[in-house]
Design a protein around this ligand. Sequence first.
Ligand code: PLP
Length: 393
Amino acid sequence: MNFKDLPVSSLMEITSRPELVFVEGHGAWLTDQNGKKYLDFVQGWAVNCLGHSPKVIADALTAQASKLISPSPAFYNQPMIALAKILTDNSVFDRVFFANSGAEANEGAIKLARKWGQKKKGGAYEIITFDHSFHGRTIATMSASGKPGWDVIYAPQVPGFPKADLNDLASVEKLIGDKTVAVMLEPVQGEGGVLPATREFMQALRRLCDEKKLLLICDEVQTGVGRLGTLFGYQHFGVEPDIMTLGKGIGGGVPLAALLAKESVSVFEHGDQGGTFNGNPLMCAVGLAVLGEVLKPGFLDHVQKIGAYLGEQLTAASAELELGAERGIGLLRALDLKAEIGAKVVTIARDNGLLLNSPRPALLRFMPALNVSKEEVDLMIVGMKAAIKAARA
Ligand code: PLP
């Protein structure tokens, strides 16, 4: 396959893509159109929690596809019921609404909080969010996000999302007024550069929300389903949110997301929320397969151990190459390069058969499959160090 012969100009230009077409993936490895292999530490942006094309997902898809794909969201189906039950049995939430993307799940969380505000808090609708947060690419979730520049790109924004500073309780308190209904945050800001909330901040935020009668919403699209070494990120911080959203990992690579809420907050009335593909059995069957693996004894222990190992190896690499600190929780980690060479490192590493991500100019982010092995971490470290040295040369 010659790249120059492919009709890629039929696609809308939405980002700069390298001249690569991935044709196959297994576990930690991807293969391009020329048969070249790449060790993947991006995994579809923290999506493929079991690696590329795992057998359990392929089996679940084939079995469900030959049985029932889409009876309509107006009817119950078996995988939808079973997946909701697993999620509620293993979390502090009582009700689940399935969606197709993280942004859609977050839209649902925003709607649910606004509905709760109408019913229980005198029409309050403002949701305090955070600078550098990322909640999705719909107009409302872009407005909720604190990504620099997003306030103007499709102006005017949806009103009602004042921004506070992560880990600064006073900055949240300052924004609370009669119209405030909720506070929404990522337990670890992922796209913002792997910036974890502190345990003290999360717990103080929970107390503040209780005191002011506000909902605490955790966007766990990136941190949920084992990424931080706990099934859900909030468990790491010892708090109970009122609402949580999941995406990415829950589908292990297919479009599946979820909005979860406690019973007292589940105030949607018939007709308030829905969608053609929401809760379809094909995707929910995959969600069941993913959770079946993540909940197996030892799976989350592995994430904790291998995450700590990755952290140690990044720290050692940093000492050797005089880089900045590494940070993160579980298998969502980052390394400060101390110089704006992130994009260059990513390009050189890719040419050498290693996929890395640089969410900020001087930062690398690591989000491998949750079942990544020690050998794969070691290989990545060797490739990363070589790419950093070459980028500096
Ligand atoms: N929320 C968080 C924390 C995310 O990291 C992302 C995607 O990166 C989203 C929401 C949006 O998810 P999606 O791209 O599936 O709409």
